[in-house]
Design a protein around this ligand. Structure first.
Ligand code: ADE
Length: 230
């Protein structure tokens, strides 16, 4: 089984790569794809660069060129739901693009014709994640993630995203990866650890907690690989 594991930033994939020996590099589409073996799994690991366009390109490349059969995303997010504290993990049950707006034509936020406001993640991968969380005694929230090409550091915008999409967390890649995987029929899983709460302190908190939160997300993904390989 060939599995794609992606992040958006180098800090999000470094703690993944540390786990593997004999990692090889393949350059393609102005990016580097790291290949490794883990038990009976073949892995392709990459960071896309920030935002929906780069994330879509990387997800498509991992599926179409590298022939990955499942995709796992590991990274950080801004928390919306007050239950989520910095370092907590959230897995997306479904995702939406909060900055996709043709409401002038009477459509809902996040909707374009022939698309859908939300894209749902793979249930089996979520169920594996729940088992891992229970076994390891890790708090794991399942919720809605909203994605947009904006770093949110405003309570006003964060509240709007909460009210419009009922979102629990926000970030800048997940929903675009979801659209690609859904279109290409590839089961996907988006995991995020909270780095900030998208308020006026978000820029500072993000810099402060990016590394630690990325590691928490990466460690959880590694634990999931043990279950996926069985
Ligand atoms: N990823 C982590 N924190 C974020 C924020 N506040 N806005 C957008 N993406 C994020």
């Amino acid at each position: 089984m060939k599995i794609a594991i992606m992040g958006a930033m180098v800090e999000e994939i470094e703690p993944l790569l540390e786990n593997f020996e004999n990692v090889e590099k393949v350059e393609y589409a102005k990016n580097i794809f790291y290949t490794a073996k883990y038990k009976d799994l073949e892995l392709v690991i990459a960071y896309s660069k920030i935002g929906k366009v780069f994330a879509s390109l990387t997800a498509s490349t991992m599926i179409e060129k590298f022939k990955c059969e499942k995709l796992l995303f590991s990274g950080v997010a801004g928390g919306i739901n007050p239950e989520l504290e910095i370092g907590d993990l959230i897995v997306a049950k479904k995702l939406s693009q909060h900055d996709l707006d043709i409401t002038i034509f009477g459509h809902a936020h996040g909707y374009v014709p022939e698309g859908s406001v939300f894209v749902e993640s793979d249930r089996k991968l979520i169920s594996i994640a729940k088992d891992v969380a229970t076994q390891k005694g890790i708090k794991l929230k399942t919720g809605i993630i909203a994605t947009g090409d904006q770093f949110i550091a405003s309570v006003e915008r964060k509240n709007w995203i909460q009210e419009t999409f009922n979102a629990d967390a926000l970030e800048m890649e997940g929903a675009s990866v979801a659209v690609v995987c859904d279109a290409l029929n590839i089961p996907f899983f988006i995991l995020r650890s909270i780095s900030d709460t998208a308020d006026m302190d978000a820029g500072f908190d993000f810099d402060e907690f990016l590394k630690d939160s990325s590691k928490k997300s990466a460690n959880f993904i590694i634990a999931m690989l043990d279950k996926i390989s069985k």
